[in-house]
Write a protein that binds this ligand. Structure first.
Ligand SMILES: *Cc1c(COP(=O)(O)O)cnc(C)c1O
Length: 428
C-alpha cells in the first residue's frame, strides 16, 4: 500500500528507529517477530475474542440526528467512548499485551497523558497478572485524577514525572529511561502511533479495526461504505489513523485531522505540531516536531492532556507531506464549546481530546447533505473537573455570552465551593 511502512520502518521521509544501543536487542526482537505473532492463528483468535467479549466491539456507529440537522450534513459518530475503559486505547493495549506474552515478557511499562492509555494498560495487566508501571507527568496526575485512582486500584504503580512541563513528553522520556535500565524482562506498551519502528506500524494495525468497522456499518446504514469526510482529533495520532486506515487508498474520502491549538498559534501556547513543527527526531522516530531553531523541543500546551505532545506519529507527518490528510486546529475554547454542544444536543459527554474533533463542525465548509463520520475517541468522565470549571466561568460572564449554551443557569455556588479557582488549574 502507498501509505504503508517500508522495510526499513519509514513512511516516506519519516519514521525509522533512532534508539540507544542498549535498546537495540529489544526493538530488533520486536521488529523481527511482531508480524509473525500478529498473523498467527492463535493470536488472531485470542485478539478478536477479547475485542468482542472484553472490549465490547464492534463499537456502534450512531447517526446524530440533531447535529445533522444543525450543520446540514449526515453525521455519524463512531462510538469508541463506549469501549471498556472509555476510549480507543484498549484496542492497542489488548494487542500489545498478547505480543508481550508471546515474547515472554513479565514486566510492563507505559507512559500516559490523559490517563486513558495508563488505565487501558493497567487493565490488560490485571487481566494477565503482569507487573505494571505507568509513567505520568505530574501536571497530568493532577488534572486526570479519576484515571490515576483507577490505575492504582487496578494494581499498577503510577510514577509522577517532574521533569519538563510534567506532561506526556516527559512521561515518555521517563518510560524510555526505565526500559533502558530493565531491557530484558520489560515490554514497553506505547500508547500511540509514535516511537521507533515497529511501534507506529504495530499500533496502526491494532487501531485499524475502527475503520474496518466503519466500512461495514456505513454500508449497512447508508448502502455505501464510503463517507464523504472522516474527522478525528490527533495527538500522537492513533485514533485518527484507526479511523482513516482502510480509507487511505480511497482518495475520494476526505480525511481531516484536528490538532490541539491550546490558546492559539499566535500565543505560542499550542500543541499544533503539524502547523508549527519541522522535521526532527523525538522518542525514536523522525517526524514533525515542535522545536526551536537550535532543535530544542518547544514545550507544548493544550487543555487536553492526551493531545499535549510536541510530536506526531511519523505516518501522519507523511500523510501531511503527501497531502492525503488535511490538518486543521481547534483551540481550548473551541473544544470546550464543542464538548458542551455534543453533551446538550446528543446526551454524550465526550473526552476533551475528542472535543477538538467535534470543533471541526464549525470550521469545515461541508457540502449540503454530505456524509461525515467523526471518531468519538473517548468519554468525558476523566474531564469533569475541567468541564465543571468551564461551566462556572461561563456563568460568571454577561448573559449574552451564555446564550450559546441555551438555558444553562446553575449559579456558580452550586457547582463548586467559593474558593475554587474558576479559571481552572490549566491556563498557564
Ligand atoms: C489518548 C487519547 C487521544 C490522543 O491520542 P491519539 O493517539 O492521537 O489518538 C485522543 N482521544 C482520547 C480519548 C484519548 O484517550
Amino acid at each position: 500500500m502507498k501509505y504503508s511502512v517500508n522495510k526499513t520502518g519509514y513512511y516516506g521521509n519519516f519514521g525509522g528507529a533512532y534508539i540507544p544501543e542498549l535498546l537495540y536487542p529489544n526493538v530488533k526482537n520486536l521488529e523481527e517477530n511482531y508480524m509473525k505473532i500478529i498473523n498467527s492463528a492463535s493470536f488472531q483468535k485470542e485478539f478478536l475474542a477479547l475485542l468482542k467479549d472484553y472490549v465490547g466491539r464492534p463499537s456502534p456507529l450512531y447517526y446524530s440526528k440533531r447535529l445533522s440537522d444543525k450543520y446540514h450534513i449526515n453525521l455519524y459518530l463512531k462510538r469508541e467512548d463506549l469501549n471498556h475503559t472509555g476510549s480507543h486505547k484498549i484496542n492497542n493495549t489488548i494487542g500489545q499485551i498478547l505480543i508481550a506474552k508471546h515474547l515472554g515478557k513479565k514486566r510492563i511499562i507505559a507512559e500516559t497523558g490523559a490517563g486513558q492509555h495508563g488505565v487501558a494498560t493497567a487493565t490488560v495487566c490485571a487481566r494477565e497478572g503482569l507487573d505494571c508501571i505507568i509513567f505520568m507527568g505530574e501536571t497530568d496526575v493532577l488534572r486526570q485524577k479519576p484515571n490515576v485512582e483507577k490505575m492504582q486500584m487496578l494494581g499498577a504503580t503510577v510514577v509522577p514525572v517532574k521533569s519538563g512541563n510534567k506532561t506526556l513528553k516527559d512521561a515518555t522520556n521517563e518510560a524510555i529511561r526505565d526500559w533502558i535500565n530493565h531491557p530484558s524482562e520489560t515490554h514497553y506498551i506505547i500508547g500511540s502511533v509514535v516511537g521507533p519502528h515497529p511501534y507506529p506500524d504495530m499500533v496502526t494495525q491494532f487501531q485499524s479495526v475502527i475503520s474496518e468497522e466503519i466500512k461495514k456499518q456505513l454500508e449497512e446504514q447508508t448502502g455505501s461504505e464510503n463517507p464523504d469526510t472522516i474527522i478525528a482529533c490527533v495527538g500522537g495520532g492513533s485514533n485518527a489513523i484507526g479511523a482513516f486506515y482502510h480509507y487511505l487508498e480511497d482518495e475520494n474520502v476526505k480525511l481531516i485531522a484536528v490538532e490541539a491549538d491550546g490558546l492559539g498559534l499566535e500565543t505560542g501556547e499550542t500543541a499544533a505540531t503539524i502547523a508549527i513543527g519541522k522535521p526532527g527526531i523525538i522518542h525514536g522516530s523522525k517526524t514533525m516536531l515542535m522545536q526551536t531553531d537550535d532543535g530544542q523541543i518547544v514545550e507544548p500546551y493544550s487543555i487536553s492532556a492526551g493531545l499535549d505532545y510536541p510530536g506526531i506519529g511519523p505516518i501522519h507527518a507523511h500523510l501531511f507531506e503527501t497531502d492525503r490528510v488535511e490538518f486543521i486546529r481547534a483551540t481550548d475554547d473551541e473544544a470546550l464549546k464543542a464538548a458542551l454542544e455534543l453533551t446538550q444536543m446528543e446526551g454524550i459527554i465526550p473526552a476533551l481530546e475528542t472535543a477538538h474533533a467535534l470543533a471541526a463542525l464549525k470550521k469545515i465548509k461541508f457540502k449540503k447533505g454530505e456524509t461525515v463520520v467523526i471518531n468519538i475517541s473517548g468519554r468525558g468522565d476523566k474531564d469533569m473537573e475541567t468541564y465543571r470549571n468551564y461551566l462556572a466561568k461561563i456563568n460568571e460572564k454577561p448573559s449574552e455570552e451564555r446564550l450559546f449554551i441555551g438555558m444553562y443557569s446553575v449559579p456558580t455556588s452550586n457547582i463548586h465551593g467559593a474558593d475554587t479557582n474558576v479559571n481552572g488549574l490549566f491556563v498557564p
